[in-house]
Ligand binder design. Structure first.
Ligand SMILES: NC(=O)c1ccc[n+]([C@@H]2O[C@H](COP(=O)([O-])OP(=O)(O)OC[C@H]3O[C@@H](n4cnc5c(N)ncnc54)[C@H](O)[C@@H]3O)[C@@H](O)[C@H]2O)c1
Length: 319
C-alpha cells in the first residue's frame, strides 16, 4: 500500500488516547471512524475533541472553520465491523490488557480489509503476541503516542518480530504526514524508549525523596528549571557531547554506583497508592489538589505545553 492510499482510519477505544488520535487524523483530513462499547463514551469523546480544538483556537493554532472541518471528518459507532470494514489503517487504543487486545485483534483481522494495517497504541504489551492471533502479523505494529497525543510531538514506532519493513516505513511516513515526530524503536524491549528513560529519572526522583535529599518541590524544580529545561532542546547523549565526553565518563564512573538500582516501587510511592492518594484525579498525591486547584493546574499544563509546541513548531522540522 502507498501512503496516498491511506484515506480511511478507524480508532478503536475512545478514551484518553483514542479520542486524541481521532482528532489528530481528522485535523489532517482523514475520514475517521471512532469506535467504543458505549454511546455515552463516544458522545463524551466528541465533546473532548471539541474542547481540545477550542483550546487550539484560543492559542491561534487553528481557525474556527478548521475545527468544524475536523469534527465533520469523525463518525462514531458502537459496531466494530462498521468501524473497520473500509479502513486502510486501524489504531487500537483499548485498556492495557493482553487478552482484551488479542480479542480485539482477532476481530480487526476478520473485519478489516486485507490491506489494512493494524496498529496498537499499547504502552508496553507485545505486538508480536497481538499479531500472532491475526493472519497478517506483518501488518501489525505499535504506534505509541504520549499523553496528550494531540500536543506531544513524539510517537514511538515499535516493530514486532514479524512486522514488515514496508509496514514500519509506511507508519513512519504516515506519522510525519500527521505532523508528528516519529522515532523507530529497533527492538521490542519493555517500556520501549520513552518509558525506559522516563522511569529511570522517576526511580532516582523517588529515591531522592525517600532519602530526604530534597523536598518534592525542589526535586521537581531542578528538573523543570534545569535538566528538563535543557532536555527539550538537547537530548541526554547530545548533552554529553556538548559537556565533554571525558567529563561525562568521569561522572558516570563516579556516580553510577551510587544511583538507585531499586527493583520495585519504593515505600514513598506505595504508601500514597495504598492510601488512595493517586494524584490529581483523587485530589492528593505528592501535592494537594482541591477541585478548583486541579482544574486550574490542568488548564495551566495544557496552555504551557501548547506554548512549548508553538515554539517547537516555529523552530522548523529539523528542530
Ligand atoms: N493514558 C496514557 O497516558 C497512555 C499513553 C500512551 C499509551 N497508552 C495506552 O493506550 C491504550 C488506551 O489507554 P487510555 O489511557 O486511552 O485508556 P482509557 O481507559 O482512557 O480508554 C480506553 C477506552 O477503551 C474502551 N474499551 C474498553 N473495552 C473495550 C472494548 N472491548 N472494545 C473497544 N473499546 C473498549 C473504554 O470504554 C475506553 O473508552 C492502553 O493500551 C494504554 O496503555 C495510554
Amino acid at each position: 500500500m502507498k501512503l496516498s492510499q491511506i484515506k480511511r482510519v478507524a480508532v478503536i477505544g475512545a478514551g484518553i488516547m483514542g479520542h486524541g488520535f481521532a482528532q489528530i487524523f481528522a485535523q489532517k483530513g482523514y475520514s475517521v471512524f471512532l469506535y467504543d462499547i458505549d454511546e455515552k463514551i463516544l458522545k463524551a469523546a466528541l465533546a473532548r475533541i471539541g474542547a481540545n480544538l477550542d483550546t487550539f483556537i484560543e492559542h491561534g493554532m487553528i481557525r474556527a472553520k478548521e475545527k468544524k472541518a475536523a469534527l465533520e471528518k469523525i463518525a462514531v459507532t458502537t459496531h466494530l465491523e462498521e468501524a473497520v470494514s473500509k479502513a486502510d489503517f486501524v489504531l487500537e487504543a483499548v485498556p492495557e490488557i493482553m487478552d482484551l487486545k488479542k480479542e480485539i485483534f482477532v476481530k480487526l483481522d476478520r473485519f478489516a480489509p486485507p490491506h489494512a494495517i493494524l496498529a496498537s497504541n499499547t504502552s508496553g504489551l507485545s505486538i508480536t503476541q497481538m499479531g500472532s492471533v491475526t493472519q497478517r502479523p506483518e501488518k501489525t505494529i505499535i504506534v505509541h503516542g504520549i499523553n496528550p497525543p494531540t500536543i506531544i510531538p513524539v510517537v514511538e514506532i515499535v516493530r514486532g518480530e514479524k512486522t514488515s519493513d514496508e509496514t514500519a516505513e509506511l507508519c513512519y511516513r504516515l506519522l510525519l504526514k500527521l505532523g508528528k515526530r516519529p522515532v523507530r524503536v529497533l527492538k521490542e524491549v519493555p517500556g520501549f524508549l520513552f518509558n525506559r528513560l522516563q522511569l529511570a529519572l522517576y526511580r532516582e526522583a523517588l529515591y531522592c525523596l525517600e532519602n530526604g535529599v530534597a523536598t518534592a518541590e525542589d526535586i521537581d524544580n531542578v528538573v523543570k528549571t534545569g535538566y528538563g529545561f535543557r532536555l527539550a532542546n538537547l537530548g541526554p547523549l547530545e548533552t554529553s557531547d556538548f559537556g565533554g565526553l571525558d567529563t561525562f565518563y568521569r561522572l558516570a564512573q563516579n556516580l553510577f554506583p551510587d544511583l538507585s538500582a531499586a527493583q520495585s516501587a519504593p515505600p514513598v510511592l506505595e504508601k500514597l497508592v495504598q492510601a488512595g492518594k493517586l494524584g490529581v484525579k483523587t485530589g492528593e498525591g505528592f501535592y494537594s489538589y482541591p477541585p478548583a486547584v486541579a482544574k486550574k493546574k490542568i488548564k495551566q499544563r495544557d496552555q504551557r505545553l501548547l506554548q512549548q509546541l508553538k515554539l517547537f513548531m516555529s523552530l522548523g522540522k529539523k528542530g
